[in-house]
Design a protein around this ligand. Structure first.
Ligand code: FES
Length: 105
């Protein structure tokens, strides 16, 4: 599937990833700036904070309590905030738009 990362500046990066790659890996492995993923995807750092809005937001796996707690550490949390390491890019998410915050922490 294709993932469209949209930087805070508005710059777009479209990347192709194998099915079920998590969004954090999709960004880091393709050199997309703006997602750090310091903990390697363990839901323990909140440096993979992203915003995912409708209509994509409704197709994501539900947020775990743990993800919700970790998002408490992210700056500029919004209703659309998610942690990119907790979201596998299934074929149904082909074309998803993922907006990056101004910075991580
Ligand atoms: Fe650390 Fe997502 S990579 S919480």
């Amino acid at each position: 599937p294709t993932v469209n990362f949209i930087a805070y500046s508005g710059e777009r990066h479209a990347v192709q990833v194998p099915p079920d790659t998590v969004l954090m890996r999709a960004a880091v492995d393709n050199g997309v700036p703006g997602i750090d993923g310091d903990c390697g995807g363990q839901c323990a750092c909140a440096t993979c904070h992203v915003y995912i809005e409708a209509p994509w937001a409704g197709q994501l796996p539900a947020m775990s309590e743990f993800e919700n707690d970790m998002l408490g550490l992210a700056s500029e949390r919004r209703d659309s905030s998610r942690l990119a390491c907790q979201i596998p890019v299934t074929p149904a998410l082909d074309g998803i738009e993922v907006r990056l915050p101004e910075g991580q922490h």
